[in-house]
Ligand binder design. Structure first.
Ligand code: UT7
Length: 318
């Protein structure tokens, strides 16, 4: 026994920053950002906490699934970090929802949603739960170096969730990691006076070109593996929900695979890269706008810091 998706939900910070806004901060332009990434604006947490949008996304997903917090048997939160190092975001949300189930965070960076689905798959397989909330919430704005124009323009803050129930909709799920290849420099928060100063590195740094190449390869490999494992040709998959990191990455992978544009939903122009929240955010948009139909075949694919990867094939049963 594995799972099916019963409902989706999302929530965004009230504040949005356009490319024009960012050009007041760093030496950049709307033209550069749009042509290199497809991003036009991104939501940024200013007055709210991560917990606020996470709780709202969780409530929206529960409502969409027809369940209540009391129905939840597990909460798994893919996140690079909630408002506190401890308690975990999952525990804070559990309290706010009034749920009483186990709750844990999973850090798989931008592949975190797929890692959380993998964790949930294990929970269902062990018959430990009938309903699991997978709730991604990210505040990349907190860890960015806002003086580095090559990274600060790429990310956004958001939360998005799926409510999973027992079922047989999952056709394939694989996560991976190449632990020696760092996408971002390690983020170290360390005030310990005994730690050598040169191991305290600042904000997020990225080898942009290497990540770009890695990402295109990860998508092509992931989609091919899903095709082989499920026996469903890519042409027959209805939608590929890819991690929204850069429109050019999606387009390059899509063209390599020779697949039509309409199979690749995108919303990066509105949100930027929201890390583990990006796939469930896109899925929620498609679900709520009525574009998903029962029986459709979906593939999710993500890549991120670590380096990590994840791909899943699932039938939409709602
Ligand atoms: O979840 C995974 C997260 N990471 C990613 O997905 C990132 C993957 N990489 C990318 O998406 C692309 O590499 C970027 C969009 C980040 C950059 O595009 P690029 O075509 O690889 O540009 P580049 O890094 O090679 O930089 C080209 C030029 C450089 O100037 P020079 O050296 O040619 O004079 C940069 O300094 O563009 C400059 N540049 C900018 N100019 C204006 C870099 N960032 C900016 C900026 N505005 N924001």
């Amino acid at each position: 026994m594995s799972f099916q998706i019963l409902g989706t939900g999302s929530a965004l910070p009230a504040c949005k920053k356009t490319n024009e806004d960012l050009s007041q901060l760093v030496d950049t332009s709307d033209e550069w950002i749009v042509t290199r990434t497809g991003i036009r604006e991104r939501p940024i947490l200013t007055t709210e906490m991560v917990t606020d949008i996470a709780v709202e996304a969780a409530r929206n997903a529960l409502e969409n699934s027809g369940l209540t917090p009391a129905d939840l048997d597990y909460i798994v939160c893919p996140t690079l970090g909630g408002d506190y190092l401890t308690p975990s975001l999952a525990c804070v949300v559990q309290k706010e929802l009034g749920a009483s189930c186990p709750a844990v965070d999973v850090n798989g960076a931008c592949s975190g949603f797929l890692y959380a689905l993998d964790v949930a798959d294990g929970i269902f397989a062990r018959k430990k739960a009938r309903h699991v909330l997978v709730l991604a919430a990210e505040r990349l704005s907190r860890i960015l170096d806002w003086s580095d124009r090559s990274t600060c323009v790429l990310f956004g803050d958001a939360s998005a969730a799926v409510v999973l129930g027992e079922g047989d909709a999952l056709r394939f799920l694989e996560v991976g990691a190449k632990g020696n290849l760092c996408l971002a420099s390690p983020l170290i928060i360390n005030n310990c006076p005994y730690t050598a100063a040169d191991t305290r590195k600042p904000g997020l740094l990225m080898k942009n070109r290497e990540v770009y190449t890695f990402a295109v390869g990860a998508i092509c490999d992931g989609l091919k593996k899903a095709e082989e494992a499920t026996g469903i040709p890519m042409e027959e998959t209805d939608y590929f929900f890819l991690h929204q990191a850069n429109l050019r990455i999606i387009e390059t992978a899509r063209k390599k695979l020779g697949l039509p544009e309409e199979k690749f939903p995108v919303n990066i122009h509105k949100y930027g890269n929201t890390s583990s929240a990006s796939i469930p955010l896109l899925l929620d948009e498609w679900n709520r706008s009525g574009r998903l139909k029962k029986g459709q075949k979906l593939v999710f694919c993500a890549f991120g810091a670590g380096l990590t990867t994840g791909t899943a094939a699932i039938e939409w049963t709602k």
